[in-house]
Design a protein around this ligand. Sequence first.
Ligand SMILES: NC(=O)c1ccc[n+]([C@@H]2O[C@H](COP(=O)([O-])OP(=O)(O)OC[C@H]3O[C@@H](n4cnc5c(N)ncnc54)[C@H](O)[C@@H]3O)[C@@H](O)[C@H]2O)c1
Ligand SMILES: [Zn+2]
Length: 383
Amino acid sequence: MSRVTISVSPHPYEALIEAGLIERVGARLREVLSGRDRLFVIAVALVRRKWGKQLMASLSEAGFKAQWAEMPDGERSKKLATVEQLAERLVRLGADRDAVVVAFGGGVVGDVAGMLGSLYMRGVDVVQIPTTVLAQVDASIGGKTGVNLRSGKNLLGTFHQPRAVLIDPQILSTLREREFRAGLYEVLKCGVIGRPELFSRLERTEVGKLRRDPAALEWFIAEAVKLKAEIVAADEREDGLRRVLNFGHTVGHALETATGYQRFLHGEAVGWGMIAAVHVSRAMGRCNELTARRITEATLALGPLPRMEVRDREILRAIQGDKKVRRGVVHFVLPREIGKVEIVGNVPDDVVVAAVDEIKRLSKNQYPQRAHKVVEFRFEQIK
Ligand SMILES: NC(=O)c1ccc[n+]([C@@H]2O[C@H](COP(=O)([O-])OP(=O)(O)OC[C@H]3O[C@@H](n4cnc5c(N)ncnc54)[C@H](O)[C@@H]3O)[C@@H](O)[C@H]2O)c1
Ligand SMILES: [Zn+2]
């Protein structure tokens, strides 16, 4: 088991990462929730069906009285109305200020339940039990909560740190393969940002095998959590350092926006975005060819990535409209070497367009006859 402390004030908390943890969740929660009995578990039907029995058995064994509050699945339900409906349900169930909200699901449930917890009776305790790769390595750590508005994603939100994060890599066994792979791009991202050993091990790992190897998964997830914990502790409110976590996200978010969130899973868009950032970094003389090639190849090896069919103009427009534009300047997180990135605020448009063109070309090579299969490619092809 790995224990990672997230050192935020005034209440630091721990993330526990252990294969099979779901069987012992109740006992672990007892350590952090003394004298509290009532838990309200927020989940979607699918996750409740697959893992609900085990969770509830472990909670009641530890003496908790836990009740379900279900919400609809999918990014579309990440909206204020869902928070309101869940709050009404909590009232009906008699939840008071001592209630503990348990977020049991992917990033959507984590964000909605986190926001609910931060608002319900002006704030109650939240525990995160993330069930997707993305939620385990990213969304559940750091206390960001939020919902989407019709005008854009994550525009309404709060900071509300959880009391504990309980991570069981075994829960990922029921995840759809594509969702699993999509989360791994974020793990690879952590390697590039600040964990060279994580990067090089993932570079040498076959995704299919990793999925069936809980012990290995536990190590990868723990390393990614450690990186996120270090960054969050250094920059709790996302003013500076925390922005390095946006490696791959400048172009990634733009791809999601330009395709109306239909074509790419978030991690997949970040996958293309990381490769684009590598090109920008190369074009600006910030990293050497070996670094560029390793990041590109390792990213593609996690694929297949969905085909890129997006106009440059749309991508540029989306980049300009992104939240990461500060005072009119677009920021890119660029790799210098494996384990080291820098934030650069003056990337010329033509360099961005060239990088996007390169990932398009790479995408064509990836799908010569629209076959959904990664073909071998040579880095020289993409300059
Ligand atoms: N708060 C943060 O810091 C932060 C960081 C990154 C992302 N996010 C947010 O996270 C969200 C995306 O999260 P996601 O990728 O986890 O998507 P998601 O929550 O929609 O989950 C993806 C799908 O997997 C299903 N699922 C979840 N766990 C499962 C399991 N164990 N077995 C089978 N199916 C399972 C879900 O029901 C859903 O259909 C976005 O809204 C994003 O904005 C938040
Ligand atoms: Zn992300």
